[in-house]
Structures are given as structure tokens and as C-alpha cells.
Design a binder for this molecule. Structure first.
Ligand code: IMP
Ligand code: MG
Length: 203
């Protein structure tokens, strides 16, 4: 098999990308595998697939297209307090679900699990409304020894503890439209982190 193309396209949107970690082809291949697994797990059911805005939009869109079972989609928007690159686990719901979830099977689609605090908050919040069950699908999990032990049922990729962007993931609202996942050059955020401190950031 040929090795994945990790050359960074010379485009305005790739400015600040240090290297490509996961190519678009690799992402789509893994998503197709996840979709096959979910099809089998939810055979005969009609799960509610919940997208955590905004980072999970790109992933959710490719995932549901690759699934063959009937399903419904709903959206939540949350923000967490932290610096531009670290969440504190203090989460605020900006947009709640539109659907009732009592007795339903939920698939929570997350872009990235870092400390795990945001996901834990979300699972507690949803669990209080008596769904039949909840499973979590995350495209990326960071390899972080001090992360909390939160439920994640399907993980696409484990990445080193660096700040990554692309394929939905942002830094200060940018880079979401890269088709790959790349490592952000630390020089892009170190100067800003020092000057700005804690703020509220959208997921
Ligand atoms: P956690 O609460 O530390 O697990 O962080 C969760 C949220 O922080 C994610 O849903 C992302 O929005 C954001 N986040 C954490 N790490 C990264 C990263 O490397 N790149 C982009 N966003 C990140
Ligand atoms: Mg984010």
C-alpha cells in the first residue's frame, strides 16, 4: 500500500500548520469502519445521533452518510471556559437538543476528547433525562496520562498530546475547513495564551 500523502497544500488556510498528522483518506477510511460497526450495533433501531457543535460537524456529516440504518440527528452547542488551548471542564450549554430523549438510544458524536471534562459533563447532563442508552463516538482522543476516565465507545485515532486542528477542529475559530488533521505550530498560540488568559470558547 502506498503511504498517505502528508504534504501540506500551499493554500492560505494552511498557514500555521506544522505537519499533517492524519490525511483525509485515512480519516474517511476509519469513519467507514466506524459506520459499519454502528450499523451492526443498532440493527433494527433508529438511534438519535447527537452532534456536539461546532467541532463535530464535519465528522458527523461523513459518519451518518456512511451509515446504512435509519437514524435521526440532533445538535447541541456547548462552550467551555479555559485558555484558547485548554478546557477547564466548566461547561455552558448554548443550544440544547430539540428532541425528547426519554427512552431513546443516543449516539454522541464528539470531535476530540482531551481532558475528558467536557464529555463527562455532557454525559451527566444527558443521562439525567432517562435515555435508553448512550454511546460515544469520538474521532480523536489525546494520549494524555492525566485525562479523566470518561466513557468513549469508539475512537477513530489516538493522537499525541499536542494541539491539533482541521476536519472540524479549530483554534480560535479557524482551521475547521482543513480536510485533514494537522498539528498547529505552537508559535501560533503561545504569544496569544500569555496575553489573554481564561476565556469562554465554543466547542
Ligand atoms: P476536554 O474537555 O479537555 O476533553 O476538551 C474538549 C474540547 O476542547 C473539545 O471538544 C475541543 O473543542 C477542545 N479541544 C481540546 N483539545 C483540542 C485540540 O487539540 N484541538 C482543537 N480543539 C481541542
Ligand atoms: Mg473547539
Amino acid at each position: 500500500m502506498s503511504s498517505p500523502d502528508r504534504s501540506i497544500p500551499d493554500q492560505p488556510k494552511t498557514s500555521g500548520i506544522a505537519r499533517i498528522l492524519i490525511s483525509e483518506d485515512e480519516i474517511l477510511k476509519v469513519i467507514r469502519g466506524m459506520a459499519t460497526d454502528l450499523d451492526a450495533e443498532y440493527q433494527g433501531d433508529r438511534p438519535l445521533v447527537i452532534c456536539v457543535l461546532r467541532g463535530a460537524v464535519t465528522f458527523m456529516s461523513d459518519l451518518v452518510k456512511a451509515m446504512s440504518i435509519p437514524l435521526e440527528m440532533d445538535f447541541m452547542a456547548i462552550s467551555s471556559y479555559g485558555s484558547a488551548t485548554k478546557s477547564s471542564g466548566v461547561v455552558r450549554i448554548l443550544k440544547d437538543l430539540d428532541e425528547q430523549i426519554d427512552g431513546r438510544r443516543l449516539i454522541v458524536v464528539e470531535d476530540i476528547v482531551d481532558s475528558g471534562l467536557t464529555l463527562q459533563y455532557l454525559l451527566d447532563h444527558l443521562g439525567r433525562r432517562n435515555p435508553k442508552d448512550i454511546r460515544v463516538v469520538a474521532l480523536v482522543k489525546k494520549d494524555k496520562p492525566d485525562a479523566i476516565d470518561v466513557q468513549v465507545d469508539h475512537i477513530g485515532f489516538v493522537v499525541p498530546d499536542e494541539f491539533v486542528v482541521g476536519y472540524g477542529l479549530d483554534y480560535a475559530g479557524q482551521y475547521r475547513n482543513l480536510p485533514f488533521i494537522g498539528v498547529l505550530d505552537p508559535s501560533v498560540y503561545t504569544s496569544r495564551e500569555e496575553s489573554e488568559g481564561v476565556e469562554e470558547i465554543d466547542d
